[in-house]
Design a protein around this ligand. Structure first.
Ligand code: TXA
Ligand code: MG
Length: 346
């Protein structure tokens, strides 16, 4: 049985929560545990230990050339951990840490296990905005490497139950702090060059970054899923339910027409839609991912909804698309990956 510690989300110090001390002790022993962050659940391990970090890759079945994000609990820790803090990064930290923004820094030799950085000369760091994550990191006294706590290729976990479904028997335990908030992972931003580049869109939007540092680029390989992405993780298929997903760039009438065609061929068909359109469709499984007029609700429910399709035996899933504004950029990036970049147009 996996160990499951239940913790209230208003935890403010490790003293009041022996579960936090328990979890931190396990991290100090170079074991891996899952815990909530404001984005998704992370699978944490001591970022200084080769052995601990290897266990993350083993538990997830993650390719070892895909580096991990290091999580810290205090902005002042950063100086000791990286070679240089560019001025754009310093401004963004002031504005958005703690929060869903991961920054790429030049590595300082000998600080982290080389398994964390997959041998790159840079390292990804963030300070999560979640009381439980912060309390555990703080109590461990360690920088904590933590990718999303899912089996490689699956949608990221937004509840402790998702973690258990994927990793039971493979990790020491999970700290259950309830549902995560943002629902999609942090934005990964490279500030080591002249213009900051978004390597993975996420919880802090391009517009929010531009407010602080001006012009920002988006790694062009994210668009078509072609070319070599600068964020190694972006080259792998991800987030996919068992049935193939197709994004539909057309009206709901057109989506219904595609559903009817596939059902006439004897297929069971799923539709990923929004609250506004829920009543319109006629298909085998129809799931609402949130409200189109508030894309934060869509981000919040995205992975849970993709996972929920596995509970029904659909053969194919048609999904609506979303405007690539604000958090919509991250939503569309994850949906495109879930769909293997398959888009159907009338
Ligand atoms: O919200 C999040 O960021 C979650 C929670 C748990 O904090 N973590 C997360 O980690 O999403 P992971 O490992 O699933 O995604 C890390 C991403 C990958 O796309 C990886 O390639 C990229 O960050 N990355 C890590 N180190 C990098 C580096 N040095 N240069 C470029 N990309 C890097
Ligand atoms: Mg992940």
């Amino acid at each position: 049985m996996i160990k499951r510690w239940i913790v209230e989300n208003d935890v403010d110090s490790k003293e009041s929560y022996p579960q936090i001390v328990d979890a931190a002790t396990i991290l100090q022993q170079d074991e891996v545990i899952a815990f909530p962050t404001e984005t998704v659940y992370g699978l944490g391990a001591n970022a200084k230990s080769d052995r601990a970090v290897e266990k993350i890759f083993e538990a997830k079945g993650r390719p070892s050339d895909n580096p991990l994000i290091v999580h810290i609990s205090n902005k002042t820790q950063l100086e000791e951990l990286v070679a240089d803090i560019p001025s754009a990064a310093a401004k963004l930290i002031e504005a958005y840490w703690p929060g869903p923004l991961t920054l790429i820094f030049k590595n300082k030799a000998g600080v982290f296990s080389s398994k964390v950085t997959a041998g790159l000369d840079t390292v990804a760091i963030r300070m999560p905005d979640h009381p439980v994550a912060l309390a555990i990191i703080e109590a461990s006294g360690l920088p904590i490497a933590a990718p999303s706590a899912n089996r490689s290729g699956k949608p990221s976990p937004t509840t402790a139950q998702h973690v258990i479904d994927d990793l039971e028997g493979r990790i020491a335990g999970v700290v259950d702090g309830g549902e995560t908030g943002v629902g999609v992972e942090s934005t990964v931003l490279d500030c080591t060059g002249e213009i900051p580049v978004i390597l993975r869109p996420g919880g802090v939007t391009k517009e929010q970054i531009e407010e602080v540092v001006g012009k920002v680029a988006v790694d062009p390989s994210l668009k078509e899923g072609k070319g070599a992405p600068k964020s190694p993780g972006m080259k792998y298929t991800h987030y996919a339910p068992d049935a193939p997903v197709y994004l539909v760039d057309g009206s709901r009438e057109y989506i219904q027409q595609l559903v009817d065609e596939k059902r006439a061929e004897g297929m069971k068909v799923g539709v990923l839609t929004t609250k506004e359109y829920l009543a319109y469709f006629n298909a085998d499984t129809i799931l609402s991912v949130g409200e189109r007029r508030d894309l934060h609700t869509v981000a919040h429910h995205l992975y849970d909804t993709l996972r929920a399709f596995n509970g029904s035996d659909v053969d194919i899933i048609f999904s609506e698309m979303f405007p690539e504004k604000g958090v919509g950029l991250a939503i569309m990036n994850r949906l495109q990956k879930a769909a293997g970049y398959r888009v159907i147009k009338p």
